[in-house]
Structure formats: C-alpha cells, structure tokens
Ligand binder design. Structure first.
Ligand code: ADP
Ligand code: MG
Length: 240
C-alpha cells in the first residue's frame, strides 16, 4: 500500500534536535575515550583500534557536517536559478558513483524554463541527499528517473523515482525524524535536512513507496512569475 508523507508534519524543536546531536556524538566519543584510555594504561593500541577510532571520528564529522547545512539559514542568499541546471549539476556529480553501482540516471526535463528563487547550494544538498538514498536503495543496480514537470502555472515538481528496496509502511511515518535510519552506517539526517531546506524555499516534499518496487520522492517548488511583457520604462529591478 502506498503511503504519503508531508514535510510539515515533521517539525521538531531545536531542543529535541540538540539532544539528539548530543546523544549521537556521545557514542563515538565514548569509544574514542575508551581506546585512548587503553593506550594510556597498556600501550597496546593496534591498527584495528586506530581504524575504529578513525571511523568514529568520521562519523562525528559527518553528523556535524549535516547540521552545519541547517545552521546556515541566516547567511542564505536567495537567487533566481533554473532548476534544470541545478539538477543537471547534481546528476553529473553523482553519475560516476551511480555507474559503479550499475545504476543509470534517466533525466526527463519536461519544461523549457523553470526559474525559482533559491539558495543553490542548499537545494543541491537536497538533491544529493535524495539521489544518494535512491542509489543506496538499489544494491543490484537499475534505473533512477529524475523528472522535472510543471504543476499548474505557478509550480515546478521534481520527482526522483527509484527501483529500489522500498520503504516498509511502518517506517514511512518515521522518515524525517532526526537520526531515524534503516542503514548500518546511516546518520538519519538526510531527509530531515532536506525537508527543512524545502520548507525554507516554500516548497513541499512527498514520499511514496512500495516494498520491493521502489520509492518516489516528489518536491514541489514555487516558480518565479515573470511579467508577460516588459517595456523600456518597465525595467526589472534587482532588489532582493
Ligand atoms: P540515512 O540515509 O543516513 O539513513 P535519511 O534521512 O537519508 O538517512 O534516510 C532515512 C532512512 O529512510 C534510510 O535509512 C532508509 O531506510 C530510508 N530511505 C530513504 N530514502 C529511501 C529510498 N529511496 N529507498 C528506500 N529507503 C529509503
Ligand atoms: Mg540518506
């Protein structure tokens, strides 16, 4: 059965988030401390221990890194951009990684121009998060469709359709909860961060999924409405 998730249902408070971060970072820190203590007492730290320590440090770095994206909104500069170019850049960025996993991106950009007001790097981060999830859901390879379509005259929709393992019904309502992951090495932050970014762009994100069939994530964003004709006295002004 198909399920639907609306981003607005998932707003958590800063306090809950901070508690989550503290919890997630404390675990690897405890491991690191344990190994350093072992070294101090026995001088017996081996390569395996150091490997674990490095991967725990990487994990802390990953978690902090994902949160930095959220911490930036004050410095956000919204600019007029075409979604086709943003999505095209992200597809090129992830293409080689996809090929390694026997995955092909199929782009269906069904609009001539789709100008939106956005913070480009944040929006790229959203598409990276979602395309990575799609790749990670397809261990045996396959196709990922990436489509751009108009939704009425005032919105653009971006759909990412994978043929992956799908998401069980009972998990759907938990998507977007900080640190909720179904993966051994996941952070469970990708969808939450993406939802926040889309919300700050006055958009919406929907996730539909069927186990063993695949997942469709659809993002809807408002288009910039252009006046039909401009006369010489009616120059556009560029005030943000
Ligand atoms: P992470 O990828 O670090 O686990 P996310 O917030 O990106 O965190 O995703 C949360 C969970 O949602 C994933 O661990 C996975 O179980 C599930 N998920 C997200 N996208 C997909 C997808 N396209 N196909 C299958 N499962 C998905
Ligand atoms: Mg992810």
């Amino acid at each position: 059965m198909e399920e639907l998730l609306r981003r607005s249902e998932k707003l958590t408070t800063v306090g809950q988030l901070a508690a989550g971060v503290a919890h997630e970072i404390r675990n690897p820190l405890t491991t690191l401390r344990g190994f350093l203590q072992l070294q101090l007492e026995t001088n017996k730290l081996n390569t395996r221990h150091v490997d674990i320590m490095l991967s725990e440090l990487d994990r802390i770095n990953l978690i902090v890194g994902e949160f930095l994206i959220l911490a930036k909104p004050q410095a956000t500069r919204f600019e007029e951009k075409d979604v086709r170019f943003i999505l095209g850049d992200v597809i090129s960025l992830l293409d080689s990684q996809a090929h390694l996993c026997d995955i092909e991106f199929i782009a269906n950009f069904n609009m001539d121009s789709c100008l939106i007001s956005c913070e480009e790097n944040q929006l790229k981060q959203v598409f990276i998060n979602l395309l990575k999830n799609a790749i990670e859901a397809m261990p045996d390879g396959g196709e990922i469709q990436v489509s751009i379509d108009s939704k009425g005259s005032s919105e653009v929709s971006v759909s990412i359709i994978d043929e992956g393992i799908g998401i069980p019904e009972e998990m759907i309502s938990k998507l977007g909860d900080p640190f909720f992951t179904g993966k051994d090495s996941g952070t469970g932050l990708g969808i939450m961060v993406s939802q926040r970014i889309i919300e700050s762009h006055h958009g919406m994100m929907e996730i539909k999924s069927k186990v063993d069939v695949g997942t469709t994530v659809t993002i809807t964003l408002p288009l910039i409405q252009k006046p039909r004709e401009e006369t010489s006295e009616d120059q556009p002004n560029h005030v943000q």
